[in-house]
Design a protein. Structure first.
Length: 95
């Protein structure tokens, strides 16, 4: 039960932060909600809810990021860490 509440809290915190980053990204680009809605091909009323109560749907994320000139990772607030490349082994070494 406590774990479910913690999970719900984490999901809610992520959603709120995502919505905030959505609005900040649009504003940083100098666009109105109407202009962003047009760029995404949706109604302004639909777009405005993505800055107030709902996360931007997956099918709009890439276009939104292109319009705002940001990476998808930055919208999701993902820290990109360099990972070492896996070593390639020759076929002779694997046999």
């Amino acid at each position: 039960m406590l774990r479910d509440m913690a999970d719900d809290s984490a999901v809610s915190a992520f959603r709120d932060a995502f919505i905030t980053r959505t609005k900040q990204s649009r504003e940083a680009r100098g666009l109105t909600q109407r202009e962003m809605a047009i760029a995404l091909g949706i109604e302004k009323e639909a777009y405005s809810k993505y800055e107030s109560r709902s996360c931007l749907p997956h099918h709009l994320v890439r276009r939104f990021c292109m319009v705002c000139n940001i990476s998808v990772d930055s919208l999701f607030d993902v820290e990109v860490r360099a990972r070492p490349l896996a070593r390639k082994t020759s076929r002779a070494a694997r046999s």
